[in-house]
Design a protein around this ligand. Structure first.
Ligand SMILES: Nc1nc2c(c(=O)[nH]1)N[C@@H](CN(C=O)c1ccc(C(=O)N[C@@H](CCC(=O)O)C(=O)O)cc1)CN2
Length: 303
């Protein structure tokens, strides 16, 4: 019999992996509480009324409580000034019950995101976005690592073990994902190429990679014929398509054209259910770690 051999990639189940991580975090919380006399605390700040952000903040609060940690939710109106946002962050920096602070992004357009984030004390920066955290990551010094890229790294290591010598391409150069992802992969001894909207011959570049991390924010842009057979594909994109006739809302898709990529790759993360759930699990992990460091305890083992 002749004809093409079609492979079907394994699905990397981020939802299941995140559930396991969250369960292990919940198991570690009572030990911390017994030693310090209080649970780790996470404060999440939402400015404005972006519906997606409100959903993410609600999910973070629920996950925090489910892990046995203390959740502090702060909402400011969309009209809040830079000074008001920064004043709240300064108050949270000084609050002994708060180990981690997260400022939900994006902020309303009139606010300076970088300046606001930089107000967060680096020891409480569980989002890993302050200049100090970014500098520590670049220098390879222990610090807080942004949640989404850290989640991607955990999924890759779970699949491949040692990443040394792998060719990795990161598509997208955001502060939230692309740049820290590249640093983490470099730290894991990958050979890393960063690609972005002005990269030439992107399909050819992607075709050389053993690991593809897509974080470009364009629905289904990366096609299966760009993927090297046997590569691992991590799709960070979350894009909602326009609703088809008869649908209340459009489907969620990633930055990767899943069906065509799955025919070539060894393994692919789905959207939804891939990288997304890892973001919140890693936020809890960072909060647990921050709480230990602030209390002068050794980092919890196995995280
Ligand atoms: N300060 C931050 N702001 C934002 C971050 C961040 O890490 N820090 N990330 C994103 C949003 N985000 C968390 O804040 C987030 C996005 C997606 C998911 C998730 O689980 N997605 C699900 C699908 C959800 C759906 O149905 O809409 C999935 O992929 O399975 C969790 C968290 C921007 N802002």
């Amino acid at each position: 019999m002749t004809g093409e051999v079609t492979t079907t990639a394994q699905v990397i189940d981020g939802k299941a992996f995140a559930a396991g991580l969250r369960a292990r975090i919940a198991d570690a919380v009572p030990t911390f509480e017994a030693a310090i006399g209080r649970a780790p605390g996470l404060a999440v700040v939402l400015v404005g009324d972006d519906p997606a952000s409100a959903v993410y903040v609600g999910s973070k609060g629920k996950a925090t409580v489910a892990a046995g940690m203390a959740s502090f939710e702060h909402r400011l109106p969309a009209s809040a000034s830079q000074a008001e946002v920064e004043a709240l962050l300064v108050t949270l920096n000084a609050d002994e019950a708060v180990d981690g602070i997260l400022l939900q992004l994006p902020l309303p357009g009139h606010l300076d995101e970088q300046a606001a984030v930089a107000t967060i004390h680096p020891d409480k920066d569980v989002d890993g976005l302050t200049p100090v955290s970014a500098g520590r990551l670049a220098l390879g010094i222990p610090g807080m690592v942004p949640c989404t890229p850290y989640g991607c790294l955990l999924l890759l290591q779970d699949r491949l073990g040692d990443l040394s010598g792998k060719d990795a391409v990161v598509i997208g150069r955001s502060i939230l994902v692309g740049k820290p992802m590249a640093q983490l992969l470099l730290g894991a001894n990958c050979t890393v190429t960063m690609a972005h909207s002005r990269t030439k011959d992107l399909p050819d570049l992607v075709r050389r990679a053993d690991i593809v991390v897509a974080a470009v924010g364009r629905a289904e842009m990366i096609k299966g014929d760009w993927i090297k057979p046997g590569a691992i594909v991590i799709d960070v994109g979350i894009n909602r398509l326009a609703a088809a006739p008869g649908e209340a809302k459009g489907r969620l898709v990633g930055d990767v054209d899943y069906a065509s990529a799955a025919a070539v790759a060894a393994a692919v993360t789905p959207v939804p259910g891939g990288v997304g759930p890892m973001t919140i699990a890693c936020l809890l992990r960072n909060t647990l770690v921050a709480a230990h460091r602030r209390a002068g305890l050794a980092d919890p083992k196995g995280f």
